[in-house]
Every structure is written in C-alpha cells, then in structure tokens.
Write a protein that binds this ligand. Structure first.
Ligand code: AMP
Ligand code: MG
Length: 341
C-alpha cells in the first residue's frame, strides 16, 4: 500500500508597513504558525526606514519562532513566499531580502504575493466563504473588490489616504496614542450629537483627506466634545464605506460579504455593513483579527496557492512592487464560476 502523500508546507513573510509577520501553513489549509511584531510609529506616523529597521531586527527571530511553533525544521518547508507589494519600499525590500535568502539557503521555490490579494484569500479560507464581495479596510488600504473571471476587480477604493490611516492621523492630532482606531471607537460610543462633516464619495471611489482636515479643525475649535467629534467622524467615514459597498453588492449580486483589514474590528462599521448585507440577502462575515490585520499566514496561504498554480519566481524577477494593484494579479487558481478551493 502506498503512503498517503504529506501536505506541502509554505512559509510566508509579511512586511508591507508597520507589521512584520511570519506564517506557516500546509496544503490541507491548516495554519501551523502565525507570529508577528509591530513597529509603533512616533508622532509623525510611520517612518518607512525605522519600520524597515524594526523588521530587519526581528524577522530572523520570527522565522525561528514560527518553525518552533509549527514543530518543523527549516528543511520541511517546501515553498517560501513574501509580500512583494503594495507597501512601503524600505519595508518591502527587507522582507524580500529575507525571503530570497531563505529560499536560496533551503533551495526551495520563491513566490511573490500581492498583500491585498492575501487579505482576501486568507479571509475566504478562515471564514469558509466561496466568492464574497470584500471590503478591505486597513491602515494602508481601502478597497471594495470581488472576483470576476480570472481577477479581483476593484469596484471602489480610496483616492487618497486609507480609512485606518485617517483615523490614526486624526488620533495623533487629538493626542490619542497609536493606533487611534480602537480609542476613537470607544470615544464615539459615548458621543451623542452629530456634527456635519465632509462626506466625499466620487462615483464609486472615496476620499478621506478632506474629512481628516475638517475633523481635526473642528476638534481644535473647542466647540464640541471629543466624544461627539469621534462619533460624527465614524458615522460619516463608515457611511461612505457602506454606500460604496452596497452599490458594489447591488451590481455584483454576490451572496456573501467579507469585511477584513484592521478597521474591520470596529463594531459600528460591522453593524453598518451587516445591515446592507442583510438588505441584499447576502451573508455577512467578519474576519477574526488574527487574520484581518497584517499577518504572515495570509502570505503563506496565498503563496501556497500560487505555487500550486505554477507561479514561482526567480530571484532576479523578485523586485518589490510598492504600487502593485490587486486587479493586476492573475488569479488562475480560481475558476470563472467563482469556485476554487
Ligand atoms: P492593518 O493595517 O490591517 O494592520 O490595521 C491597522 C489599522 O486598523 C489601524 O489604522 C488601526 O487604527 C485600525 N483599527 C484597529 N482597530 C480598530 C477599531 N476598533 N476601529 C477602527 N479602526 C481600528
Ligand atoms: Mg493590510
């Protein structure tokens, strides 16, 4: 009798912005390790070189910790993947260097993963969702996307800063330590009075920079409590997200909605997206924070699917892509009917 074949093992390294993460997954879809470390920005927001230095310092230890947690030797790894973009150049380069070194040392194939794609693919995996409309809201990205014939199509996105970045920047102006999002949510829950703020949806796209400027100015005017300002800021920003998501849902007629990225932790945003999902007869899923924030497991899982689709790269093809769009990636492991694994 032949032995059952062993699952493939992929080690993935994430490092597009503030978080460096190392994940290990197998081809049965199990997450064997998901270690991370976060660079905490100072007053001016993320300093790319400082973040990259943080990543370079901790990445080797995280690789060791991940292997230990997964109870594997480095030689058990079949594939090495890394976040090739989009993201901050210095951070991407550190992670790419680590992945190239590991791949060369172990003599194992290398795969470059799109960070936004990885957020969606790990969300589909851990929530067991086949073909969702995804709202991905984080410190660096704000995207409404769905799969259609070979690619994820972007139905709406921010034209300037990401919603998480907007919350963190407002937090810094208001003297709230990083990350601002969770504290703003707490303050907002105590707000009562709605203050009118700029609501900017252009077609299917969003803009948050004017909202940030106006909200910071209103707070500085001293006329309103921080609770009311945070409440109004959340109501306006999340209504904008809900409007675009709802229109994309009506257009695509998807029957599942997936909310992911760090801002997905926000209960008020969850409530709004849940309401629009229900109104369109779609099931609503929130990715748990371990997999919704930036993490290595999502890079490992997506890397494994790309590897199985034959999408390895040579070191000389592994230049990082700081502006790599989600809709530029051929998603050949999903079929056009929306199915896949
Ligand atoms: P990510 O870039 O995906 O790691 O997510 C980080 C972003 O999520 C930061 O901008 C945080 O402020 C934001 N965030 C985390 N928790 C919350 C929350 N409860 N409400 C709003 N934003 C949040
Ligand atoms: Mg992210």
């Amino acid at each position: 009798m032949s032995e059952p074949s062993k699952p493939l093992i992929c080690l993935g390294i994430e490092g597009t912005a503030h978080t460096v993460g190392v994940g290990i997954v197998d081809s049965d879809g199990r997450v064997l390790a998901n270690m991370r470390s976060e660079y905490i920005p100072g007053k001016g927001g993320i300093h790319p070189r400082e973040a990259a230095e943080h990543h370079a310092t901790v990445a080797p230890r995280l690789v060791g910790d991940a292997l230990k947690t997964a109870k594997l030797a480095a030689s058990d790894v079949h594939v090495v993947s890394f976040s090739m973009g989009p993201g901050l150049g210095p951070c991407l380069r550190v992670v790419a260097t680590a992945a190239r070194a590991l791949s060369s040392l172990l003599g194992k194939p290398l795969v470059g993963v799109n960070h936004c794609l990885a957020h969606i693919e790990i969300g589909r995996r851990v929530m067991n969702v086949a073909d969702p409309l995804t709202l991905y809201v984080s410190g660096g990205n704000t995207i409404v996307a769905a799969f259609d014939c070979g690619r994820y199509r972007v139905f709406g996105e921010t034209l300037d800063i990401a919603v998480g970045n907007m919350l963190d920047a407002f937090g810094r102006d208001a003297g709230i330590p990083h990350p601002g999002g969770p504290k703003i949510e707490k303050l907002a829950s105590m707000g009562k009075k709605f203050i009118s703020l700029p609501y900017t949806v252009k077609g299917m796209d969003l803009s948050f920079s004017g909202l940030l400027t106006a909200t910071s100015a209103i707070l500085k005017s001293g006329k309103y409590s921080i609770e009311d300002v945070c409440y109004s800021l959340q109501e306006v920003a999340f209504s904008m997200l809900a409007e675009v998501t709802e229109r994309a849902l009506a257009h695509t007629e998807k029957v599942e909605v997936l909310l992911t990225g760090g801002v997905a932790a926000n209960k008020r945003l969850q409530q709004m997206i849940s309401i629009i999902s229900n109104e369109h007869g779609a099931s609503f899923y929130v990715v748990p924070m371990e997999y919704a924030g930036d993490n290595g497991a999502m890079i490992a899982w997506t890397g494994l699917m790309q590897f199985r689709a034959g999408r390895t790269i040579r070191v000389e093809e592994s230049n990082v892509r700081p502006k790599w769009r989600l809709d530029e990636v051929d998603v050949s492991w999903r079929d056009c009917s929306g199915g896949s694994q």
